[in-house]
Design a binder for this molecule. Structure first.
Ligand code: FE2
Ligand code: FE2
Length: 335
């Protein structure tokens, strides 16, 4: 299969993976042959990328950032928690801890594959989708930073709840940090290291954030980790740019530009070693002009995956960019 931008999808293309909403409802199932109506439907749902069947790339493994069972459980828990907060009811922090533990278990098994978060679903539950992405990214970061199991669970719990003080709109007001923290700190089963993330995740590394304008290491480490994950997901999903999502390498470049200002530069460096810039299945153009599909990753060198190159008539071979150092990826064709 290959990842195709909605602009390049044609009637007759067959979906290789189902298209879902962020809360897990299937919009179009795998195996469906697309027609113009379906393509319009995808566009209306603001789905910009889909996986298409392609015999030349059947062996490509698409790395999902998390399995469906873990995701669905986290969705359920976050919905319940969000509702409880809005209605002023008590929050069941043990459910949050369970959801966090499941994410940590999954990520620890898949840490060598790198994390690849892409916008390929229709976002119906914005905060929940965002919170799960931030939790997954934080788990990969914490893992790379050699956190032990309990630290990882506390970090991921903090990431899951970081924005639950918000309502479901995309605007973030300053009060959500205080609101989330006020609820979470009363949950005795939750570590203060987790709940403080609600309060501090908008503090900027250079002291220009809110609510307290904390600077550098005065911001708790968990909050600095979540800030990186949070900022990255925000840029990646295009929340700052009319929902026009970016590819991971572009979102990373944007984040690099604010390292030391908004985000902790040391954690940004760890992040580079954790993520996948060019996900398996994505079409790229190499500096020698050849077109290809990314088929494997070299984790730690996100800009240098293995690419299967082809022309109109045949597959020409595979190029490992970690070995062919004079070549680089010039362009990505998933727009
Ligand atoms: Fe926030
Ligand atoms: Fe956030």
């Amino acid at each position: 299969m290959r990842l195709a931008g909605i602009k390049s999808v044609k009637a007759g293309d067959k979906l290789a993976l189902p298209v879902c909403t962020s809360s897990g409802k299937v919009v179009l199932n795998s195996g469906i042959v697309l027609n113009d109506n379906y393509i319009d439907k995808l566009r209306n749902l603001r789905i910009y990328k889909v996986y298409i069947d392609d015999g030349r790339f059947d062996d490509i493994e698409v790395i999902q950032p998390i399995d469906l069972k873990t995701r669905n459980l986290a969705i359920q828990v976050l919905s319940m928690t969000q509702e409880a907060i809005q209605k002023g009811k008590t929050v069941d922090e043990y459910l949050i801890k369970d959801a966090a533990k499941n994410i940590v278990d999954y990520v620890r098994d898949y840490k060598d594959k790198g994390v690849s978060i892409l916008s390929t679903s229709a976002v119906d539950e914005y905060i929940i989708e965002h919170s799960i992405n931030v939790a997954i990214l934080s788990a990969f970061l914490g893992n790379k930073m050699s956190y032990n199991f309990n630290q990882l669970c506390d970090l991921v719990a903090g990431a899951l709840i970081h924005d639950l003080g918000r309502d479901n709109s995309k605007e973030e007001n300053a009060e959500h940090t205080q609101k989330g923290f006020d609820v979470m700190r009363k949950s005795r089963g939750l570590s203060l290291h987790s709940s403080i993330v609600c309060y501090e995740h908008h503090e900027n590394f250079d002291g220009t954030g809110y609510p307290r304008k904390l600077k550098g290491k005065a911001i708790s480490e968990f909050s600095r980790v979540v800030r990186v994950a949070d900022y990255y997901d925000y840029i990646l999903q295009g929340y700052d740019n009319k929902d026009i999502s970016l590819m991971p390498h572009q979102a990373y470049e944007n984040m690099l530009a604010v390292a030391g200002k908004i985000v902790d530069p040391e954690i940004v460096e760890v992040f580079r070693d954790t993520i996948v810039f060019y996900p398996n299945g994505c079409s790229v153009v190499l500096s020698n002009g050849l077109t290809g599909i990314v088929i494997r990753q070299n984790i730690g060198s996100p800009q240098r995956p293995v690419v299967r190159v082809y022309n109109d008539t045949a597959v020409l071979g595979e190029i490992d960019l970690l070995k062919s150092l004079t070549l680089f990826i010039k362009d990505v064709l998933v727009m």
